[in-house]
Design a binder for this molecule. Structure first.
Ligand code: MLT
Ligand code: ZN
Length: 476
C-alpha cells in the first residue's frame, strides 16, 4: 500500500500528470516484454529532468520505498518491472525514464552526441543519420528500447562483432545515486584517467547502483552500400567455420546472425512466406550483413564460397528487408504463437564459438526431455544463442541443465538480456563468491538503504562476503 504522503510528495516533485496511480495507467509498466514477469507498483513516476529524478530518489529513500528504474520496458528478465507480489516487504514505484528525452546536436568530428536516457535506439540512429553518421547499436526492439535501458543491461544486438556492446558506446554518463547526488560527466573525452570511470561502473549494473539520466554516445560511419545474405549451412560447426572465414576476409562484415530451422519455419509461417533457403535439421540459416563505403557484394559472395549455392543475396532495400524479417520478427512470431497461453521460457546464453555445436546439442536434448518446442536463434559471432522454450513443462530443470552446461563450456548464463530476477538463482555458476561479495559491497556503499532495484542481480539480501549459496530456482 502506498504511503499517501509519498504519492503527494512525488506529485509535488514531478507534477500530478506524471505520477500514475490508476491500475489501467500503471499496467503497461508492470509487465515486461517477455510477458512472464509482472508485479505491482504503488505508482509509476515519470520525471522529466535529472533534478526531478534526484527528488524522486530522495523522497523514496526517506520513505523506505523501493525504486524500479525502467526504460522502454523491452526487458526480458523481469529487471525493469516491480517484483512479483509477495516477494518484497516494501512498496515500490516504477521510475520511468522515458520522459528524459532530448538529443544534442551531433558532433561530427568527435563522432558523438548526447542523449537523454529516455531516447530510443531508433531516435539515436535517426539523429546520427541526420548528420551522415550512424549508431553502432541495433536490435529488433529499437523503436521502444531506450539508451538508459541499453546501458543498464549492456545491450548487444546484431552489430556487436563490428562495434562492440553498449559498453563500448558510452563515452560519458550522467547518473543519480540513491541519495539524489549526481555523478559522472558528459564531456565524452576518449582519454581520461582521473579515477573511477562511471560509464564502466554503471553499464550492465541493471539499475542497482544509480539511475542513468543521460549519456554521451559514440557514432560510427554511415555506410552507403549494404548487402544482406540469408545462407543455409549443414551444421552449426559449418556455420561457425563460415563465420570465422567471413570475419577474417571481410573488413565490411557488420553482423552474422543465426536462425535454427525451427525458428525459420515459425517466422516463415508468421510472415506468410517460406524462407528462400532450407537448412537441414541440425543445420542453420545465417543472416549475414556487410556494409561499406564501396559495394561489398562481390567480396561477400566470394567469401561465401561453395555456400553461396544455398543463399539469397539482396542489396535492394525492400529485398533486404524481406530477408531481415526472418531474423527480426522471430520474437514477435513466438509471442503470437503463445498468445493467450504461457509465454516462452527464454534463456540468453553465450559460449566460446568452438563450443557452440555442443551447446546446441545440449539445448536440443533438454527440450526433447521436457517435450517442449525449442526455437533457437541469436548472434552467431558472439556464440550467443537465445533459447526459447514453447510449452515447457519444467522450465527450472531445463534451466539447470542448460545453464550448468553453459558454465562447464566456459560460457555465460546471460549474454545480453541481463540477470534481472530471472537468472539470479544461477549467478553462482558464473561468478565466484568473492565476485558476488565485492559486487554486493559496491552496491551497499552506493545505496546503503537498498532501494534501487532490490532482488535484481543478487538475491536479497546481498550476500556480502559470504559464499554464494545457490537459492532454489524460482521460475515463474
Ligand atoms: C533478439 O536478438 O531478437 C533479442 O535479444 C530479443 C529476443 O531474444 O527475443
Ligand atoms: Zn538478441
Amino acid at each position: 500500500v502506498a504511503p499517501p504522503a509519498v504519492v503527494s510528495d512525488l506529485r509535488s516533485a514531478v507534477g500530478d500528470a506524471h505520477v500514475l496511480v490508476d491500475e489501467d495507467a500503471r499496467a503497461g509498466y508492470e509487465t515486461d516484454w517477455s510477458g512472464r514477469y509482472t508485479g505491482r507498483a504503488v505508482a509509476v513516476v515519470r520525471p522529466g529532468t535529472t533534478h526531478e529524478v534526484a527528488e524522486v530518489l530522495r523522497i523514496c529513500r526517506t520513505a523506505g520505498v523501493d525504486v524500479v528504474p525502467q526504460g522502454g520496458n523491452t526487458g526480458l528478465v523481469g529487471g525493469g518491472v516491480p517484483r512479483p507480489e509477495g516477494s518484497t516487504e516494501r512498496p515500490a514505484i516504477v521510475l520511468s525514464t522515458r520522459r528524459l528525452g532530448g538529443v544534442s546536436a551531433a558532433d561530427p568530428d568527435a563522432m558523438q552526441l548526447t542523449a537523454g536516457a529516455g531516447v530510443t535506439i531508433a531516435e539515436w540512429q535517426a539523429a546520427a543519420r541526420a548528420v551522415g553518421l550512424d549508431a553502432p547499436l541495433d536490435f529488433a526492439a529499437r523503436d521502444s528500447a531506450t539508451v538508459g535501458g541499453a546501458i543498464a543491461t549492456n545491450a548487444g544486438g546484431s552489430r556487436v562483432l563490428r562495434f562492440g556492446t553498449m559498453r563500448s558506446q558510452v563515452a560519458g554518463i550522467e547518473a543519480v545515486l540513491a541519495d539524489g547526488r549526481v555523478v559522472g560527466s558528459l564531456a565524452g573525452l576518449p582519454k581520461e584517467t582521473a579515477g573511477l570511470h562511471w560509464p564502466s561502473v554503471l553499464t550492465g549494473s541493471e539499475g542497482t547502483l544509480a539511475v542513468v539520466t543521460a549519456a554521451r554516445l559514440r557514432l560510427v560511419p554511415r555506410f552507403e552500400h549494404v548487402v544482406t545474405a540469408l545462407v543455409a549451412t549443414a551444421s552449426i560447426g559449418e556455420a561457425v567455420d563460415l563465420t570465422g572465414r567471413l570475419r577474417r576476409q571481410l573488413g565490411s562484415l557488420d553482423s552474422v546472425e543465426i536462425i535454427d530451422p525451427a525458428a525459420l519455419a515459425l517466422v516463415g509461417g508468421h510472415l506468410g512466406r517460406a524462407a528462400p533457403v532450407t537448412p537441414p535439421p541440425g543445420g542453420a540459416a545465417l543472416l549475414v550483413e556487410c556494409a561499406g563505403h564501396v559495394d561489398p557484394t562481390s567480396d561477400l559472395v566470394a567469401a561465401l564460397g561453395d555456400i553461396a549455392g544455398d543463399s539469397a543475396v539482396a542489396v535492394d532495400p525492400l529485398q533486404r528487408a524481406h530477408l531481415i524479417a526472418f531474423r527480426d520478427r522471430i520474437t514477435e512470431a513466438m509471442n503470437q504463437a503463445s498468445a493467450g497461453g504461457v509465454p516462452p521460457f527464454k534463456l540468453d546464453v553465450a559460449v566460446p564459438l568452438g563450443a557452440l555445436e555442443e551447446l546446441a546439442a545440449v539445448a536440443r536434448r533438454a527440450a526433447a526431455d521436457d517435450g517442449c518446442r525449442l526455437i533457437a536463434f541469436g548472434h552467431l559471432a558472439e556464440g550467443n544463442l537465445h533459447l526459447n522454450h514453447l510449452g515447457a513443462r519444467d522450465p527450472a530443470t531445463i534451466a539447470a541443465t542448460v545453464l550448468s552446461a553453459v558454465a562447464d563450456l566456459g560460457g555465460t548464463i546471460s549474454a545480453e538480456h541481463g540477470i534481472g530476477i530471472a537468472k539470479t538463482p544461477w549467478l553462482h555458476l558464473v561468478r565466484s563468491s568473492a565476485d558476488l561479495g565485492a559486487q554486493a559491497a559496491v552496491r551497499a556503499a552506493l545505496d546503503p538503504a537498498g532501494i534501487l532495484n532490490p532482488g535484481v542481480l543478487a538475491p536479497r539480501p546481498p550476500a556480502i562476503g559470504r559464499a554464494a549459496t545457490p537459492t532454489a530456482p524460482q521460475v515463474p
